[in-house]
Design a protein around this ligand. Structure first.
Ligand SMILES: NC(=O)c1ccc[n+]([C@@H]2O[C@H](COP(=O)([O-])OP(=O)(O)OC[C@H]3O[C@@H](n4cnc5c(N)ncnc54)[C@H](O)[C@@H]3O)[C@@H](O)[C@H]2O)c1
Length: 375
């Protein structure tokens, strides 16, 4: 197939392009090489550049998008601004890329800019669930709303049952869970997903929205201070700088290795599916942030001190864990990577990188100044 990958120069897009080229597809990438992600580099990975048609440009630029859509049969829409915390104070910027860019894409598709289009795959996110699914002994499955600032200020980090205000425990979140994002980033991903599923029906093509959990692995941006605690912690641990952890360190994420994400995304592109689908893509394993910090610090010889600070950021959720039943049924998806193995692979790769100032402290100062980082 002729496949357009928007944001294809990024972390997931680069791995995906490599796999799809190997499977005989023709790839076009539309990307504006966002400096925050690419640190000034304006090129595709060297081994991909000769084989990929590159359209440098902004997704919200109609001329660039029209050129990129020429002759495509499948669109994989990955281009996005991706920092949860940053989205809370760069509202217009996130709206521009995530909403306006997606609007331009569908303006052109509805206008017939890709006459051979068969499928659209959009990168959605677990962020659209907000806190996600919990189980209360008394009330069964419940979906707590975003945690209040007042609760977090009293170190009450775990969401309570929305019915009885008693304790409830986090369980894997299925796609049928209500959508209730806790951040502007999450809300823009929800809109991207719903736009894609709605316009796909109008266009009479199939669509898959992939609700990625926390993706990690070699190739992820190490210079973007707004995304990826693995990148942040590894640069601190290498230099023996203190690692400060938000909340009580027991907050957890479903870290999914990039190869598993590429496997699921390839299946979403190639599987003979009709209609529109939303599918979780994760590892199905829960890892706390404290475990991540300890694992990374141990890899670098335990040079850093690890402090659990009780501070918290607005927009962050407490726990993320995907229910993978639908991914297995629709995409025959089965994650292959254990977190410990994936982390070792990531750290081996990240060790070759020369740490410089990642801007992490500056990013925290920006949030604190706006009252979005407290404690
Ligand atoms: N990595 C994760 O953990 C994760 C989790 C959930 C969802 N996602 C989603 O997956 C997609 C890809 O994420 P990633 O981790 O590869 O991120 P990334 O930042 O590495 O890649 C995104 C790419 O989009 C490009 N881009 C940004 N704004 C653009 C614009 N206005 N015009 C054109 N290109 C633009 C960037 O230059 C970058 O190459 C995103 O939609 C993200 O929201 C990622």
């Amino acid at each position: 197939m002729n496949i357009l990958i928007t944001g294809g120069a990024g972390f997931i897009g680069t791995h995906l392009s490599r796999q799809l080229l190997g499977r005989g597809h023709r790839i076009t990438v539309l990307d504006n090489f966002l400096p925050q992600v690419h640190g000034g580099k304006q090129q595709l990975a060297a081994e991909l550049a000769p084989h990929v048609r590159l359209v440098p440009g902004d997704v919200a630029d109609e001329t660039a998008m029209r050129a990129a859509l020429d002759d495509v049969e499948c669109v994989v829409h990955l281009a996005a601004e991706t920092g949860t915390g940053q989205s809370m104070y760069q509202v217009t910027r996130y709206g521009h890329t995530n909403l306006m860019g997606t609007s331009v894409l569908f303006d052109l598709l509805v206008g017939g800019a890709a006459g051979k289009l068969e499928r659209i795959v959009v990168a959605s996110s677990r962020a659209i669930y907000g806190e996600g699914a919990y189980h209360c002994e008394k009330h069964g499955p419940v979906y707590p709303p975003s945690r209040s600032t007042a609760e977090k200020e009293r170190s009450l980090f775990d969401p309570l049952c929305p019915v009885c205000r008693g304790t409830c425990v986090s369980v894997p979140t299925p796609e049928s869970a209500p959508l209730s994002p806790s951040s502007w980033y999450g809300l823009t991903k929800q809109v991207q997903e719903q736009m894609t599923l709605m316009f796909a029906q109008v266009l009479g093509v199939s669509a898959v929205a992939l609700r990625y959990q926390n993706v990690y692995g070699p190739g992820q941006s190490l210079s973007n201070p707004y995304t990826g605690i693995l990148a942040v912690f590894s640069s601190l641990a290498r230099e023996g700088k203190p690692i400060r952890i938000f909340e009580d360190g027991k907050e957890s994420r479903d870290f999914v290795f990039i190869d598993d994400v590429v496997q699921a995304t390839g299946a979403a592109i190639e599987s003979p599916l009709a209609g529109c689908h939303s599918v979780n893509v994760g590892s199905g394993q829960r890892t706390t942030v404290l475990q991540v910090a300890e694992g990374i610090n141990a890899f670098y010889g335990g040079l850093s001190s690890i402090a659990v600070t009780g501070a918290f950021r607005e927009g962050d959720i407490r726990h993320g864990l995907a229910d993978l039943t639908q991914a297995s049924r629709l995409l025959s998806y089965k994650p292959q990577w254990q977190f410990a193995d994936g982390l070792a692979r990531f750290l081996a790769w990240a060790s070759d990188w020369s740490p410089s100032d990642t801007g992490y402290e500056g990013s925290l100062a920006e949030m604190r100044e706006r009252g979005l980082l407290r404690g």
